[in-house]
Design a protein around this ligand. Structure first.
Ligand code: ASP
Length: 433
């Protein structure tokens, strides 16, 4: 029987073929074949269809997933102190993560050297006069339906969070609304999955377009962009997670790293923190965390704690502003930090959703969404890495909270058993999704 290629492999293949085809197209002498038939013909059609399908998802995804996320505040309340501590940990590490990404991209400037501003049909309008205070005041929609229709991201975010909190405050009587939103969330995730299954075609067209128009010039900025993200992920993991772990638990990090390989290998190969949820839960329990804590912190983390994704969104927004020669003022940068924090909360732990939510960050400051086309082609590799960091954040937080609540078994943590049979089985089961 012929083995079907996994989506990850198909995307990698499409990336490579698109880049090679793009370079070949660049060398075609005839403008008619090159521009009319290929670039403005089928390549444009395919990439625009893919980008439009992604844009199509933004408003429903943000609205529904943020409402669901905020509605889970109910659990936070029920869990009292543990809930509040977890929430503070998740939000503060996310803000630190984006700040690292934004500072590094403003310093390394990965997008300088690639000028795509001439390709824009309309000039992006970043409001430089608005102070951060104005941005905050304008967040409140006078008509939430109009905000949804106009795709006004900050207002949609505000309204969704308020709606979610209200659902959780009303409690039992609003159960039906909560369930409706949860099932709507499932449906929207299904649509995202369907759209992502066409990613290889979209990635092929986008890579062809980038390499045919920019040639090898596109390579250096894209490599720099990847480097800034990977470097930020590394700094965040080593210094922020590593530092907090040492400071709050006083444990050695080695046993953690050894046992973390199990969920990490699943998250990495599937680019989905949700896919590894059961294994992550099992692993932190094996590390000595009490189930009463992990059964709350791990699923909540998979829903709202996405530091790796937040890093990508911050770096991508700055990269796109540099590529399109858009001058971002301080209010716009602060808005990016704010919206990327919220976008990462609203990002589901499945492949590619972080990219869809990036449109919300771009739209909130007026950056061109077309910029996504440039980085989408190489996103899978980064998705694999950032998803692993997302899961690492959930595990680190869980251990810190568990230790602080005295529900942690230190002898279990230092025991060296790792169930490698389960590991092999889990990887085999999940890598083909
Ligand atoms: N794939 C990521 C995760 O599962 C989410 C994203 O950034 O797309 O954690």
């Amino acid at each position: 029987m012929k083995k079907k290629l996994s989506l990850t492999k198909k995307i990698f293949l499409a990336m490579f073929l698109g880049a090679v085809f793009g370079i070949l197209v660049q060398r075609i002498g005839s403008d008619f074949i090159k521009d009319t038939i290929i670039l403005n013909g089928f390549v444009k059609v395919l990439s625009n269809i893919f980008l439009s399908s992604i844009k199509m998802m933004v408003v429903p995804l943000v609205f529904v997933s943020l409402t669901c996320g905020a509605a889970s505040a109910d659990n936070i309340r029920k869990l009292g102190r543990v809930g509040v501590k977890t929430f503070i940990f998740y939000i503060s590490t996310t803000c630190i993560a984006i700040t690292i990404g934004v500072i590094l991209s403003l310093t390394i400037k990965p997008g300088i050297g690639l000028d795509m501003s001439h390709l824009l049909v309309t000039e992006p309008t970043i409001s430089q006069n608005n102070s951060f205070i104005d941005v905050l005041v304008n967040i409140i929609p006078t008509n939430p339906i109009a905000s949804l229709v106009n795709g006004d991201m900050l207002q949609i975010i505000f309204f969704s969070i308020l709606l979610g909190i209200a659902i959780s405050l009303v409690g039992k009587k609003a159960e039906i609304v909560k369930n409706a939103f949860e099932s709507l969330n499932e449906v929207i995730m299904k649509i995202v999955q369907i759209v992502m299954s066409f990613a290889p075609i979209g990635v092929f067209a986008l890579m062809t377009n980038t390499f045919a128009t920019m040639g090898f010039n596109a390579m250096i900025p894209l490599i720099k962009y990847m480097f800034v993200i990977l470097f930020s992920l590394l700094i965040h993991s080593v210094f922020v997670y590593g530092g907090m772990f040492k400071l709050f638990t006083r444990l050695s990090i080695k046993p953690f790293l050894k046992k973390f390989i199990k969920p990490a290998s699943i998250v990495f190969s599937t680019a989905s923190s949700n896919a590894a949820l059961p294994v992550t839960l099992e692993t932190v329990n094996e590390m000595g965390v009490d189930n009463s804590i992990s059964s709350f912190t791990i699923p909540l983390g998979c829903t709202i704690n996405m530091d790796g994704t937040a890093i990508m969104q911050g770096v991508a927004a700055i990269f796109i502003s540099q590529v399109y020669n858009v001058d971002l003022g301080l209010p716009a940068i602060l808005t990016i930090i704010l919206t990327a924090t919220l976008a990462s909360i609203g990002t589901a732990g499945v492949p590619g959703v972080g990219m869809v939510m990036l449109s919300m960050v771009l739209q909130s400051v007026g950056l061109p969404i077309e910029g996504i086309g440039l980085i989408l082609g190489i996103d899978r590799i980064l998705d694999m890495c950032r998803s692993t960091v997302n899961t690492m954040g959930d595990c680190i937080c869980t251990i810190i909270i568990s230790k602080s609540e005295n529900s942690f078994d230190t002898s279990k943590y230092y025991s060296s058993e790792v169930n490698t049979d389960i590991l092999a089985d889990d990887i085999l089961k999940t890598t083909d999704c």
